[in-house]
Write a protein that binds this ligand. Structure first.
Ligand code: NDP
Ligand code: 2IT
Length: 446
């Protein structure tokens, strides 16, 4: 990046946010691809759009005390960052993982602004979470944590203000407990969370949406470049919500998924992953992925996460967490003939890994476009709640499919318009940015 103005804004971001490398990484990537836009648009410079965009509207940090099963009080830290509401109410997930701190929530909230813009639905960007670890906790402990978390968060959210949802560690169970507490505190039934259970206002296909959407986006990207899922070998990291439904849809589109993982290690099943077994282990029993090999003698389990990228594949779908593919892993993928990486997780590739993809002519589906199907379907859940009706699985899935096709088309056409054809990362950042920037400019200096 050579633009002096952009370099100076980035310098300020670095100074103001020390010790938050993930946030700096996310802003740097976006800025690098926006250079041709900013050079053409002095009006956006004058309106201070970039300076305003990098500074969240507000950051809420709070204490979350709860009582464990031994009667001992535990204290976690809760976060909600309401980043930008230029195009709609704040919207974004809640991450429950011990690694959570301000820098993680801030990078996720920043990414969410552009992702939500790409969906074409009216949603601003936000993210929340806590350093609470649901792993190994009883249902009652999880419930007490969620109730305590909501007893503060409820003051800041609302169906036309801010609508949280799931992310790592926050699934249907956690959303249910949080929703119940909101209702008790306010005495109001309101669609203030998405990813709700089907009996109480959830949308059919929301559970499947991120993984399905990832495959719909990837399918478009492959087809535009003369490739397809049909007969392809696929490696998927993670075995959570996104990974499981990516595996299901990739398989339905004719691919063979041969590996999945969790934070301890990965399984390689050359016969193709038996997804029912993975679902039983991860969703029902809440156990470790290594259990899989006990019932699948042809499969192997390897401790550690990064080795999964050394398994030869045509398509890699990282669906676990940020920075899970570094330069070395990207080089292993390229060397083994992988021709496409498409991101279910948020920011799973380091900047050096992305350079390797481009240097090797690999197709790259960036997270904020490729995994936007989850939040898009959250938007559809909000619509259904407002309309006081519910659409069938097929109706929601069809709308999701259409949205993902449009997102690919928007990334493709922005990449071409700004002279970087095939660079869908640039296309996603530019297309996502322009809508938010126009809205911010139109609304004046607020
Ligand atoms: P889940 O909690 O359901 O699953 C997360 C999976 O990733 C688990 O297999 C987990 O392993 C693994 N994982 C989590 N943290 C780490 C880590 N630090 N190192 C290695 N593995 C890890 O979360 P989701 O499937 O919902 O989310 C996965 C990714 O997708 C995240 O990046 C999330 O932000 C993104 N995403 C999610 C959306 C959604 O709708 N849920 C929408 C868009 C993006 P283990 O079980 O051992 O913890
Ligand atoms: O990263 C994401 O887009 C999500 N975790 C889903 C957010 C949402 O509001 O559905």
């Amino acid at each position: 990046m050579k633009n002096e103005y952009m370099l100076s804004v980035l310098e300020t971001v670095k100074k103001r946010n020390p010790g938050e490398p993930e946030f700096i990484q996310a802003v740097t990537e976006v800025f690098e691809t926006l250079e041709p836009v900013i050079e053409k648009r002095p009006d956006l410079v004058k309106a201070g759009v970039l300076e305003r965009l990098v500074e969240p509207d507000r950051q809420i940090v709070f204490r979350v005390p709860w009582v464990d099963d031994n009667g001992k009080v535990q204290v976690n830290r809760g976060f909600r960052i309401q980043y930008n509401d230029a195009i709609g109410p704040y919207k974004g997930g809640i991450r429950l993982h011990p690694s959570v701190y301000m820098g993680i929530i801030k990078f996720l909230g920043f990414e969410q602004i552009f992702k939500n813009s790409l969906t074409t639905l009216p949603m601003g960007g936000a993210k929340g979470g806590s350093d609470f670890d649901p792993k190994g906790k009883s249902d009652n402990e999880v419930m007490r944590f969620c109730q305590s978390f909501m007893s503060e968060l409820y003051k800041h959210i609302g169906k036309d203000i801010d609508v949280p949802a799931g992310d790592i560690g926050t699934g249907a169970r956690e959303i249910g407990y949080m929703f119940g507490m909101y209702k008790k505190l306010t005495g109001e039934w309101s669609g203030i969370l998405t990813g709700k259970g089907i009996p109480y206002g959830g949308s059919l296909a929301r559970t499947e949406a991120t993984g399905y959407g990832l495959c719909y986006f990837t399918d478009e990207m492959l087809k535009a470049n003369g490739k397809s899922f049909e007969g392809a070998t696929v490696v998927i990291s993670g075995s959570g919500n996104v990974a499981i439904y990516a595996c299901q849809k990739a398989t339905a589109l004719g691919a063979k998924v041969v590996a999945m993982s969790d934070s301890n290690g990965y399984i390689h099943d050359p016969d193709g992953i038996d997804l029912a077994a993975v679902k039983q282990i991860k969703e029902v029993e809440r156990k470790r992925i290594k259990e899989y090999v006990a019932t699948h003698p042809n499969a192997t389990y390897t401790e550690g996460c990064s080795g999964i990228w050394t398994i030869p594949c045509d398509i890699a779908l990282p669906c676990a967490t940020q920075n899970e593919i570094n330069k070395e892993s990207a080089e292993a993928l390229a060397k083994n003939g992988c021709y496409a990486v498409s991101e279910g997780a948020n920011m799973p590739s380091t900047p050096e890994a992305i350079e390797v993809y481009f240097a090797n002519g690999m197709l790259y589906g960036p997270a904020k476009a490729a995994n936007a199907g989850g939040v898009a379907t959250s938007g559809l859940e909000m619509s259904q709640n407002s309309l006081r009706l519910s659409w069938s699985f097929e109706e929601v899935d069809e709308k999701l499919h259409g949205i993902m096709k449009n997102i690919f088309a928007a990334c493709d056409s922005a990449s071409k318009e700004y002279g970087m054809p095939g660079n869908y990362m640039a296309g996603a950042n530019i297309a996502g940015f322009l809508k938010v920037a126009e809205a911010m400019k139109a609304q004046g200096c607020v």
